[in-house]
Design a protein around this ligand. Structure first.
Ligand code: UD1
Ligand code: CA
Length: 452
């Protein structure tokens, strides 16, 4: 068995994207195109070479990884030229698994089959039959044997009618690859050195090129423009949603559900329409996500109800809690069991104890709140003095009257009551009523202003 070295071609600008970003950094379902390719090849190969060119620093900054060998292709002279740059560092007698950075959904299974063929034959090509082969290189066969690949721009009308296309992915013995690449020329429609031309060169050299047929169109779809990117995003979302439903998730409408990350859930969870999942999200059992919610990096327990239009980012929500509608739960927040966060409430970097309630129109930030606390409507923790953030502590059983401001750092003691409309800048003792209000006065002889 020969060693496997992966070569990922990622140097192209991707002019058809009309973007300042290199094409391989375009994002599909929350992950760059290139990361998909790296992730599926990584377990199969001993070494990995990524050929970068256009926007190279951006590519290396985005894909941080010490085990990738970066190879520069200063000028993008074609896919054949790109492979040549990497080959300089690759030993003889290994299998080069050549992957395209803009073909993201390639599966390990197909790659394994391809590698197995190349171990036997020295050269193997991954192909697929497409109803609409437009844009792809066509596979030219004679008596069933592969004779070569012809690019769309270079193809005759007859060749354009061929539906078997080149996915771009191949496995090739490195010594042969080195020999055939030297024979390439750039006398092509695009004036580039096409990697695909080595197939005809190999055949002329008496070598048989094996082929493996990819399982579905999605895994070999190349992403060259925004329309293809959107098309693949939809197809991927559809596939994920189908899997989630098979695993028992109720989706009110699978076409209005998006997951851009890793999502796990227990039994009897429901996602209503327009739910977006990002990063790592988990739900316990019997949890409901109402319409238009965004859940990002969230750990949500059992029997939780997330009401409509709520955003949760970087938080833990314990079992039995109710959040929203229109709530925003920000990073480093832990909402305790059976707590209630109501409408237009923002909570940031805070721990909210079990059974506590913040029901309406509040901002709670940098706060440690005990159990069974009741926060009235419109209460605000003033956590920022213009330079630094300060903490608020609200102990078990406290009651903070509506419209109060708690100026941090400040402690509201156990079972303390804060009278409505108070501005609290000193610690409020446990068990007592604390309030700060200017005396209410009424003027009898007062003239209502009138319009001049
Ligand atoms: C290529 C294939 C075509 C195949 C299709 C499958 C060639 C000549 N054509 O066409 O047969 O059907 O992919 O998706 O190979 N790249 C470099 N350096 C370069 C040029 C390209 O690294 O000088 C990289 C690009 O970043 C991209 C990949 O190679 O990731 C493919 O290049 P692209 O221009 O998209 O080739 P296609 O026209 O799609
Ligand atoms: Ca392409």
């Amino acid at each position: 068995m020969k060693n496997i070295n992966a070569i990922i071609l990622a140097a192209g600008k991707g002019a058809r994207m009309r973007s300042d970003k290199p094409k391989v950094l375009q994002v599909l379902s929350g992950k760059t195109l290139l990361e998909y390719v790296i992730d599926s090849a990584h377990k199969l190969c001993a070494k990995m070479y990524v050929v970068y060119g256009f926007g190279g620093e951006k590519v290396q900054q985005t894909i941080k990884s010490d085990w990738i060998n970066w190879v520069e292709q200063a000028e993008q002279l074609g896919t054949g030229h790109a492979v040549m740059q990497a080959l300089g560092q690759i030993e003889d007698g290994v299998i080069c698994l050549i992957l395209y950075g803009d073909v993201p959904l390639i599966t390990q299974k197909s790659l394994q089959k391809l590698i197995a063929e190349a171990q036997k034959n020295s050269a193997a090509l991954l192909t697929i039959d497409l109803e609409n082969p437009t844009g792809y290189g066509r596979i030219v066969r004679q008596n069933g044997q592969i004779k070569g690949i012809v690019e769309e721009q270079d193809a005759s009308d007859e060749q354009r009618a061929i539906c078997e296309v080149n996915t771009g992915i191949m496995a090739f013995d490195s010594s042969l690859l080195r020999r055939y690449l030297k024979a390439l020329d750039n006398d092509t429609a695009q004036g580039e050195f096409y990697l695909t031309d080595i197939i005809a060169i190999a055949v002329a050299d008496g070598k048989e090129v094996a082929s493996v047929v990819a399982e579905d169109e999605m895994e070999v779809a190349g992403v060259n423009d925004k329309e293809q990117l959107a098309g693949l995003e939809r197809a991927l979302q559809k596939k994920q949603a189908k899997q989630f439903m098979q695993d028992g998730l109720t989706l009110k409408d699978p076409s209005r559900f998006d997951c851009r990350g890793n999502f796990s859930f227990g039994k009897d969870c429901i996602c209503d329409i327009n739910v977006l999942i990002e990063g790592e999200v988990s739900l316990g059992n019997n949890t409901l996500i109402a319409p238009n919610c965004i859940l990002k990096n969230a750990k949500i327990g059992n029997n939780v109800v997330i009401l409509a239009n709520t955003i949760i980012d970087g938080a833990t929500i314990d079992s039995g809690a109710t959040i929203g509608p229109f709530a925003r739960i920000r990073p480093e927040t832990d909402i305790g069991a059976n707590a209630k966060i109501g409408n237009f409430v923002e909570v940031k970097k805070s721990v909210i104890g079990a059974n506590s309630k913040i029901s309406h129109l509040s901002y709670v930030g940098d706060t440690v709140m005990g159990k069974g606390v009741n926060i009235g409507a419109g209460v605000i923790t003033c956590n920022y003095d213009g330079a630094n953030k300060h903490q608020t502590n609200i102990e078990d059983g406290a009651f903070v009257g509506s419209g109060s401001q708690l100026i941090a750092p400040v402690v509201v003691g156990k079972n303390a009551t804060i009278g409505a409309g108070s501005t609290i800048s000193k610690n409020a003792p446990a068990e007592q009523l604390t309030l700060s209000r200017s005396k209410q006065t009424s003027l009898k002889n007062w003239n209502k202003p009138s319009k001049k």
